[in-house]
Design a protein. Structure first.
Length: 256
């Protein structure tokens, strides 16, 4: 579910929304931060979240910070999280409901940040609130829609959720309110968007996107299970390795 075995072309074709979001992250970073083009720098300043400016009527700043990032590593970290955890949910919900969930969670994070401290002058930006919204939907599955997620992936979500909260409260320069309200937003919208949702299946994704006259439709699904067995075991260790690395990364940053 969270192990990406698709080729690059398959990923773009199977998960267009996640692909587009990652593309926006890096395109904006490239134009505004790396190349520092005038119009892009102005666009970033126009879109950064600043509560006191929202208070003065610049309400678009409740939406635009979702797509902006404070540097390359910030964009990489959020994009990596989106690539890891977004595709399964996009397949389960469909493009429209995934977009609605993502924006609703991100806006909820920004609204929460604004409501708690509307006079604040500090800037905040990043997709973290929307990504925590994705975790909120998964957490709802783990608690109330167990048929949509198996036990192994549920355990991964719980560990990632705990690790995400730990990093939220221990790392510097984190918009804690954005993370928490994004999580709440995703959890709150989950009952509505998960109606008629089905568990993630890469085989079904491949079948749906393949041509009807393709030989792939007629193959034996057990062949894929056999081929994926080895990669699945390796992928499991890789995923847990990433989790451990993130935990150590958070501890090191806390101690510095």
């Amino acid at each position: 579910m969270f192990l990406r075995t698709e080729s690059f072309k398959e990923f773009l074709r199977f998960y267009p929304v996640v692909s587009a979001l990652v593309g926006i992250h890096f395109a904006l970073w490239l134009l505004a931060d790396f190349l520092q083009l005038g119009f892009a720098v102005d666009l970033k300043q126009w879109g950064i979240g600043v509560n006191v400016l929202v208070l003065n009527g610049e309400y678009w700043r409740l939406i635009t910070p979702i797509f902006l990032h404070a540097g390359f590593m910030h964009a990489v970290f959020n994009s990596f999280s989106l690539v890891l955890f977004g595709p399964a949910l996009e397949q389960m919900l469909g493009r429209v409901r995934f977009i609605v969930m993502y924006l609703a969670a991100g806006i909820a994070g920004n609204i929460g940040t604004f409501i708690v401290n509307p006079d604040a002058y500090y800037a905040h930006l990043g997709a973290s609130g929307a990504i925590f919204g994705i975790f909120g939907v998964y957490l709802f599955m783990v608690l109330f829609q167990k048929h949509l997620i198996d036990q192994a992936n549920a355990q991964i979500i719980i560990v990632i959720f705990a690790l995400g909260l730990f990093m939220t409260f221990t790392r510097p320069n984190i918009n804690v309110l954005g993370h928490l309200f994004g999580l709440i937003g995703g959890f709150a919208i989950a009952p509505a968007i998960l109606k008629n949702a089905r568990p993630f299946s890469l085989w079904q994704v491949r079948t749906r996107h393949s041509n009807r006259d393709s030989d792939e439709i007629s193959f034996n699904p057990n062949r894929w299970k056999k081929r994926r067995f080895g990669r699945g075991k390796i992928g499991k260790y890789v995923l847990w390795g990433i989790i451990i690395f993130l935990a150590l990364f958070a501890l090191v940053n806390r101690s510095l």
